[in-house]
Design a protein around this ligand. Sequence first.
Ligand code: NOJ
Length: 576
Amino acid sequence: MKKIALAIALLLHMHTFAQNPPTIEAEQPKWWKEAIVYQIYPRSFKDSDGDGIGDLKGIISELDYIKSLGVNTIWLNPIYTSPNDDNGYDVSDYTNIMKDFGTMADFDMLLKAMHQKGLKLVMDLVVNHSSDEHKWFQESKKSRTNPYRDYYHWWPAENGKPPYRYSLFDINHDAWKYDSTTNSYYLHYFSAKQPDLKWENKQLRQEVYNIMHFWAQKGIDGFRLDAFQFAAKDTTYPAFPKGYEKNFVQYYGMQGNLHGYLQEMYYEVLSKYNVMSVAEGAGNTFEDAHNLVDADRKELNMAYAFEAVDLATHKGYRLTDLKNVFAKWDSAFAEKGWLSIFLASHDCARLVSRYGNDKEPFRKASSKLLSTLLLTLRGTPYYYNGDELGMKNIRFSSIDSYRDVQTINGFVYEKNNGGNVQAYLDQKAETSRDNARTPFQWNANANAGFTTGTPWIAVNPDYKQWNRAAQEADATSTLHYFRKLTALRQQNPLLVYGKFTLVDKSNSNVFAYTREWKGEKWLIALNFSEQVSNCLLPFAVTNSQVLLNNLPTEPRLGTHSINLDAYQAVILKLPR
Ligand code: NOJ
């Protein structure tokens, strides 16, 4: 009897074990957790045909360079047919290639060449909105009974003006645009040439899934869902409280049946391929973010939250805030879900200018320090092209130099509404997205070797000193340092999966933390200031091994402290 009871107990135990393997979700290995994503802004990367615009053949010609960086995944900004109101984020044909960038044959060649080199490709999927030049919209606006009418959000003008909706790019900040053809308003959260698609329409959703199948069947490795947190809407369009636009994500983000649509997308498309998925935007709370990415939700793999990247304004930021933001997101995702790590993209000014110090003599060290941060946090790093060279803000002084719809339309808004236009320009010199969109600096030749033609946007004049060729020849360059970092991350799962703990939290100069994995412990200490700074440690570091140091000077190790020079970054392996 006893034996039978024991056998039953054992069987029950084995059953529960099989049901609940004793692993923490965040520690389960996945290729996309181990990815180091390198973001390429195709328009500005490399021009192969002299029209002044980067293209796919240009990227193909530099795949050896990309591979040499030690990254393993590329995220390409949109390359689909587009009138380029927002540089490709206004798609007029989702299954064709923008003429400026080349042809579908070029794309196929690019994907094949990348895969041959062991590089994965993540594509931008821009389906919160399309271009107003997309066939769907052209049809939709023709009549109220057109079969495509319900692909977009329309408000009949006989019902009066629709409740105010703030638009991020509109010259009047007004997201409803009147269209006389059908005496109706259509909704556009971004520019008037980017009408929002109506996700509440099943047929529209099916069209998007077909587009995703098209690319997944070509063999791409992932999708980055642009502005997707805004995709679902309350189609009764209720009035929002006055001034809501200061906090518009609370009203636009994660509305309606967004999770239902993502689960449908997972079932219809994502689950059928070995692709990764990442949403731009993670809602308003940790719970929102978890609901997007926890494995049992069957929605997405990752979402990127904006809290860290939004900290720096034109006036700067406080290091303690940055530390707190990274620490609190890490702890909220320590067991379940997975984070994306980034501090720069095509949507913000340059990394070293915003979060580091681009003045001499600190530019090089602070640029290396920021790369160290991004490559040693838990989560998948998204690293923006050119940051490995320490490219900095161009700081345009005239509105005529800008190409970005957001910056230009914002200027018109200021002008038309009695704003301080000079103050606007001064601020944009620090914050405009165009700072990050100047051509990649390949060498000291004309136009930094980016094009033989006239570049679509000015090249940063510092290219004569700051370029790839010069950095290849200099063993101490930011470029070589970046390669050391990617190698360290590729070789050490500790940097991907290891536990993160902030050290000396209140230190306002030094950002220090440990990473721990399988009995091994590393300390990463980053002095974000121009002053020699000390960091207090709750453990001894005297016999540590220095794995990486961005300066020629050794860090000064006390028993329970570390003393660092200006912008010094070190990675130490602690004695067991
Ligand atoms: C986010 C993209 O990253 C940005 O570049 C674009 O302007 C908006 N979404 C609208 O698509």
